[in-house]
Design a protein around this ligand. Sequence first.
Ligand code: ACO
Length: 159
Amino acid sequence: MTEREEVKIEKLQKLDQSTLERLVEIYMRGYEGMREYGGEGESYAKRYLRWCWGKARDGFFVAKVGDEIAGFIVCDNDWYSKYEGRTVGAIHEFVVDKKFQGKGIGHKLMKKCLEYLSGKDIELWVGEKNERAKRFYEEYGFREVGKHGIWVRMVRRKR
Ligand code: ACO
């Protein structure tokens, strides 16, 4: 990725086989070194990403560098949180391909997500030892509100 290459954030139009395979690749590579929090295996990743598409396709945003998908975020505007006891916004998945991490693509995806879920409380779950992602979320006003096993629940209250 050169300095001048533009990053575009787009709503995913369709989840065809080649797109799904690219997303699985990003997911598996993105979680390298953190297998307990994602990337248990490719077949799990495929099933999970298909579930995300079925549940939240209007909020399924991809970052593109040229024609290549570099990362994605899945934002749900209609998630029943049993912990909150009501419907909130949620981030089901957020990952940038390892080779594209640290270049500001995550910030661009998060900005899009916050626009899409504006006016809502937003819930997400992140691995307890995933310090970089937790710090990233804290920058956007997410706070740890609970824990379940190896997962931390974070919520950003609407403003
Ligand atoms: N080493 C150190 N710091 C880094 C690195 C790196 N390799 N990469 C990024 N950073 C810093 C950046 O400097 C930046 O700091 P800043 O906020 O002070 O500017 C910050 O981390 C993030 O910057 P971006 O480049 O915009 O983020 P990125 O494109 O890397 O995406 C993400 C962030 C999605 C968390 C990515 O790191 C990733 O895919 N991680 C693995 C998957 C993951 O943990 N996802 C979240 C799980 S929780 C869930 O999905 C609900």
